[in-house]
Design a protein around this ligand. Structure first.
Ligand code: SF4
Length: 216
């Protein structure tokens, strides 16, 4: 834990469900959705998470205890999401999770606009065209997941994949899984993503299965 790490964090919600998207879709997961985001994606489906002050602050030890209980109930990993979770220093939260829920892997979902803090077993980087990610995030992520609604998103996705390849990843670290995720209600995005994955075997399709199923 470093000086300045947050011992309490603004929380939108916590819940135990299935991971809906990305490589780990379909697996049991405990979610911690932190408040606060200044990235401002027009299509954001969690805009209620943007204002920090609209949500209660919860001690990291309380969140870790909730994760421990979810672990006992079958959760395979914890997902820290948002909002943009890295607007906050996550050292204390990750430390508390490691103590209370030892052995429960910690996943992070981030846009990569902030410096990394915390310790993670899996980082899904979802970069945004209007706020490109830091090189540090490109070098550290295990999955690069790009939302697709138009042709420019595919060009951006390829640019991000190249940037991740050149970001100075440790030699022992495998390249990230490359995922294209059509914007939920975009038929054009679905068609573009499917065509691109069909023609480019490095990429795979990610669907927001929780939305298709109508579950959280
Ligand atoms: S980074 Fe995530 S939470 Fe923030 S505006 Fe974009 S989609 Fe919404």
């Amino acid at each position: 834990m470093t000086a300045g790490s947050d011992l309490a964090l603004p929380v939108v919600e916590t819940f135990h469900s299935l991971q809906g998207e990305g490589l780990h879709a379909g697996r049991s997961a405990f979610f911690i959705r932190l408040a606060g985001c200044s990235v401002g994606c027009p299509w954001c489906d969690t805009k209620s998470s943007w204002p920090v002050d609209a949500h209660p602050t919860v001690a990291v030890t309380t969140l870790a205890e909730q994760a421990r209980q979810a672990q006992g109930a079958g959760a395979a990993f914890t997902v820290i999401t948002g909002g943009e979770p890295l607007h906050h220093n996550l050292d204390a939260l990750c430390y508390a999770l490691g103590v209370a829920a030892a052995g429960l892997p910690i996943h992070l979902e981030t846009s990569g606009v902030d410096p990394l803090s915390g310790r993670f077993d899996w980082i899904t980087l979802s970069p945004k065209r209007h706020r490109p990610p830091r090189r540090q995030a490109l070098a550290a992520c295990q999955e690069l997941k790009v939302v697709v609604s138009d042709q420019h998103d595919l060009a951006f996705a390829e640019a991000m994949a190249s940037a991740a390849d050149q970001a100075g990843r440790p030699a022992s670290s495998a390249p990230p899984i490359l995922s294209l995720q059509p914007l939920w209600d975009s038929v054009a995005g679905q068609e573009l993503a499917i065509a691109h994955v069909r023609q480019n075997p490095r990429w795979r399709l990610s669907l927001q299965s929780h939305k298709w199923l109508g579950v959280r």
